[in-house]
Structures are given as C-alpha cells and as structure tokens.
Design a protein around this ligand. Sequence first.
Ligand code: NZQ
Ligand code: ZN
Length: 384
Amino acid sequence: MINFTFQNPTKVLFGKNTIRQLAGEVPRDARVMVVFGAQSARKYGVLDEVLGALAGFDITQFGGIEPNPEYDTLTSGIALARETKIDFLLAIGGGSVIDGAKFMAAAIPFGGEPYLLLENKGDAIRRALPLGAVLTLPASGSEMNNRAIISRRAVSWKRAIMNDFLFPRFAVLDPTKTFTLPAAETGNGVVDTFVHVLEQYLTYPVDGKVQDRLAEGLLLALIEEGPKALREPENYDVRANLMWASTLGLNGLIGAGVPQDWAAHRAGYELTVLYGLAHAQTLAVLVPAMLKVRSAGKKQKLLQYARRVWGISSGAEASRIDAAIDRTKMFFEAMGLPTRLAGYGVQKVDADKVAELLAEHGLTAMGESGDVTPDTIREILALC
Ligand code: NZQ
Ligand code: ZN
C-alpha cells in the first residue's frame, strides 16, 4: 500500500426528511445564497422545502447553473453574492450545481480575476466561503469531496480544480429527492459512479486489500441496484444504495493508498467540449476502449476484476479480460448509455484535436503509469 493522508471533513445527513435538519447546520446569522440549476429544484419542490427549512434566514437565490457549469454564468453569481454580502452558499442539485457553488465559494472572497483560481488545478485558492449541499443527483461525489469541474465554452475548456477549501461543510442526502430523475440521468449517475471506482481500482496491484474489497463492493452494488432504479424509480432502498455508493465512490476513501488512473475522465472532458456529450456518456464510450488498449498495463487488476466482479475465472487470460470488458460494456448499455460515439450521433471523431486539447492542458502522460500519450489517445479513439 502507498503512504497516504486521509481527511474528509464533510458531515453527511442521510435519509428521508433530512432537509428539515438544515436550520441546525447553517449559522443563524449567515447571509445565505441558495444556488440551483435550470428547473428541477423548483419544479419538484426541493427548493421550496429548503426555503421552508430555512424560514427566517437571510436568503438570496441564484438559479440557472447549467450541466457542465459555465464560468460566465458563475461569474454573474459571484457578482450578485459580492453585492449582497453573502457569507454562506447552499447548493441544491447534482455535480454541476455543487461544483459551480464550490467555484463561487472560492471566487467570492478572492481579490483577483476568478479565472486565476482555475489555473494550476486550483492551487491559488487560499480560502472559500462555507458551503453546504443538498444532493438531488447521485453521480459526481462532489457533495463530499474537494473537487470542482468548471467549463468555459468560449475558450473550449473544461477543467478540474482540487483544493481542501472546497469540501462542503455538510451534505444532505435524501434519496427520495432522486425519485424524479429521468432515466437518462439515473443511467449517467450509475455509470459515472462505476467509472469513479474503476479509475481508483483498475490500475496495478499494491496489495491494497481493503481498498480493493471496498471498490469491488461498490461495483457489485451498482451492478445489482442500477438496473432496478430504471425499473423502479421510486424504490427507496434502491435509490438509497445508489446515493451512498456514489458518495463513497469519490470521497477519497477508496483511492487512499492506491494508484489512480483518471485518463478516461480527462479525455472525456475534451469530448464534452468538442461534441457536447454528457460527462457519463464520454466515460461509457472511452472506458471499454481504454481498457482494451491498456490491458497489458492493467492485466493483474483486470483479471481480478473479471473474477471477483463478473465471476469470470476460466479460460485463457486474454479471453477473461475481453469478457470482463464486454460485460462492462453491456452494463453501461443496460443503463441506457451507448458505448460507441455513433450512438450519440458523432460519426467521426477528430482524434488529433482531442490529443491537441489534452496537450494544451499538459496532459501528455496520463494514467497510473503515465503511459497514456497523445498516440495512445488516438489509438483509443479509433475504437470509439
Ligand atoms: O438543471 P436542472 O433543471 O436542475 O436539471 C438537472 C440537469 O439537467 C437534472 N437534475 C438534477 N437533479 C434532478 C434532476 N432532474 C430531475 N430530478 C432531479 N432530482 O439533471 C441534469 C444533470 O445534472 P448535473 O448536475 O449536470 O449532473 P451530474 O451530477 O452528473 O454532474 C455532472 C458534472 O459533474 C462533473 C462533471 O464533469 C459534470 O460537469 N463532475 C464532478 C466531479 C467532482 N466534483 O468530483 C467528478 C465527476 O467525475 C465529474 O467530472
Ligand atoms: Zn466522473
């Protein structure tokens, strides 16, 4: 096992009616900005429930944060928050709203141009306003981590920042709030979570038995519960398991002390920028192709994944690995996500452009072993 430091300060309030506990979590004298997306928080009553729980608090609302939160939208929220002297942010939504709120939390007290905080993976962040999250879409893990992914369409980029000031103070996880998710978003959430686990598990062995068993447990839970959520969107226990799996999938626990990959995520950001695919759609396409092209470097863990997650233990090694990749693909498809770009209407991918955008971001040696080069990316995209 590799040395690690693990600290996660986010308090989790999990279960039915937990929104009612908000008043005990937000400081009584805070000037709160409640931040949300285009319409779901309002339409399905979560916004009203939050406002009800915070009756008597000083509240400003800022809605309209879009999927792949856009810098220009966030800067108008930052300006409004500065004007109204906001000192606490409360995000209601999925990864996009929570990530957007995290960036705002860092930018509001920052003296310089907000985009400077997005340089160097967020290293310049020195403080941030306190932030809470009410999660309505389990997928990103943002509700309990220190990351935010921000897009700026005008300059064709989507970037990740990571900084401990971005951890939410608390996260309210009420699975009933996910009953309204359209099937497509349920599928996206399960696939994104599954891939978060793979990025921290399918690398090379370091005898991290605890991490491996935790990761395999999450994968098995997703395989069991994911398809059920499509059939029974209002099954509380199914939604509860998916919600907790997504939070644990990217809150630092399973990745502590083991190598991590993240090449599919980083290349996926460029597919979102170029072709407008949703985040999980990029992963559904890239992951099977990546595993195929990179199977030599990941051989030991792929065989373990085949055996422990998919029950594939006989046959030649190469055919076991192929079968595990096929099962992975079939699972993504069963969750409603095509695994080829053509399934999203992209007939031809500009692999040079993807490699070029990655290179512009300094990403020419990605993956757990730094061997995912621009050429590897071209080879992977040829299979997509
Ligand atoms: O905007 P509204 O109307 O609220 O609709 C949203 C949005 O259109 C809708 N939605 C959310 N909750 C709902 C609901 N619809 C019905 N009922 C509900 N309960 O779902 C749509 C998608 O929401 P979004 O927040 O974009 O989805 P997701 O949670 O998948 O977040 C994606 C973003 O997270 C980033 C991605 O890159 C992408 O920008 N990620 C963030 C990570 C992190 N912070 O650690 C890691 C991830 O790998 C990921 O990169
Ligand atoms: Zn993701």
